[in-house]
Write a protein that binds this ligand. Structure first.
Ligand code: ZN
Length: 381
């Protein structure tokens, strides 16, 4: 039976058929000069440390990790949790591990009256770049704990794949989410196409470190994020689209095709959760809505704002009118820096962290958009 992973993989390999319109030369140059940074410099002699992977197995909570290339497995209880917590700098407590299995997905993702919003996108396993951006832009302190008060942090998808510190980022976000809520703020982790791929068993883009992790653990990478695992269960509760104030956040973008089918945010989140993630392609292909949501005009894959030379402002106006919002913020398509299209109706935020560039954050303060640089400087967009 053909799995969703096959179609997802073939799409990312062949789904760039649009002629680059706006950023073609800049992007091509950018990718050319940085491509050497896309592959890891690690070799077979490198020492692998990874984890923890915490999961239920026959009603017992277990933990496994890799220490100097060796697999360690233990039952996890309140008595040895602090050892694990300290070893991996976890921000959460023992009970949070159980709560991860109880979080209901919330399809209606609409937040209002938020003064401060910060966003990072497409971090792709680059933990050091990610933490530097959050520190320098005042989202976390030197201990990596929340210091953004009642602000909302959006992580706009594609934490998985390409880089070698994916596990570290997810555990940090898992703990940060709770700290933010305690302060009256929020962390919104939205799914990108790479999250949907891994949760649908498509692992073509994992860093070669994780191929070694598969060998050492004797486990397929996607199984480490199964619904029985803390992080896997937590990820399966996450939406693909959210709105804050007058801004829509979505990894790829919203196309006119999605609007023609009158797909509201709530419906898209529900369909992804109930009928797309982890489902067979033979199931998806029977339904036109599901096909659209998973193809190149779907919200996690769309690149039309940047690459469709026929894309006119009237199109984005009709899309914004349908959703009753003023801006759409996206990642997924790499640009040299955070960019505004059509006078901030579209804002592209994938500033090339996957190429180990210093990256940028989008900072929205009282409705004013800024680029937040890796040294903490802000430039009005
Ligand atoms: Zn993407």
């Amino acid at each position: 039976m053909k799995q969703l992973k096959n179609i997802l993989c073939s799409k990312i390999k062949t789904g760039t058929g649009y002629f680059p319109l706006l950023f073609s030369l800049a992007t091509v140059f950018f990718i050319t000069v940085t491509a050497s940074g896309t592959n890891c410099t690690e070799n077979d002699t490198v020492i692998i440390n990874d984890g923890p992977y915490i999961y239920f197995d026959y009603d017992a909570l277990k933990v496994k990790w890799i220490e100097n290339n060796h697999l360690v497995e233990e039952n996890l209880t309140i008595f040895n949790f602090d050892k694990i917590k300290n070893r991996f700098n976890l921000l959460n407590n023992f009970n949070d591990l159980f709560n991860a299995f109880l979080i209901p997905p919330v399809f209606r993702q609409s937040y209002r009256n938020v003064d401060s919003i910060a966003l990072v996108s497409d971090v792709h396993g680059q933990y050091d770049i990610y933490t530097n951006l959050l520190k320098k832009n005042g989202i976390i302190d030197d201990n990596l704990s929340w210091k953004f008060g009642k602000g909302h942090l959006v992580v706009l998808g594609d934490v998985f794949d390409r880089g070698g510190k994916v596990t570290e980022i997810f555990w940090h976000l898992f703990g940060l989410e709770k700290q933010a809520r305690k302060s009256g703020g929020r962390v919104h982790l939205l799914l990108g196409n790479h999250e949907v791929m891994i949760l649908s068993q498509a692992t073509s883009y994992i860093h070669n470190k994780y191929e070694k992790v598969e060998n050492i653990t004797g486990t397929d990478y996607y199984e480490l994020y199964s619904a029985n695992s803390v992080l896997g269960s937590w990820l399966r509760s996450k939406p693909v689209i959210a709105s804050i104030n007058d801004i829509i956040f979505v990894h790829g973008g919203l196309s006119v095709d999605v609007v023609k089918r009158k797909m509201k945010i709530t419906k898209i989140n529900r369909l992804y959760h109930e009928k797309i993630i982890g489902k067979d392609y033979s199931f998806i292909e029977q339904n036109d809505d599901l096909l659209l949501l998973t193809d190149e005009k779907g919200p996690l894959w769309y690149r039309g704002y940047f690459f469709d030379k026929n894309f006119e402002e009237s199109r984005i106006d009709s899309i914004l009118k349908f959703y009753k919002k003023k801006h759409i913020v996206v990642g997924h398509t790499v640009t040299r820096e955070i960019v505004s299209l059509f006078d901030k109706k579209i804002i592209g935020c994938d500033a090339g962290i996957m190429y180990r560039k210093p990256g940028e954050m989008l900072i929205v303060k009282n409705g004013v958009f800024h680029r937040g640089l890796s040294n903490g400087k802000r430039i009005k967009l």
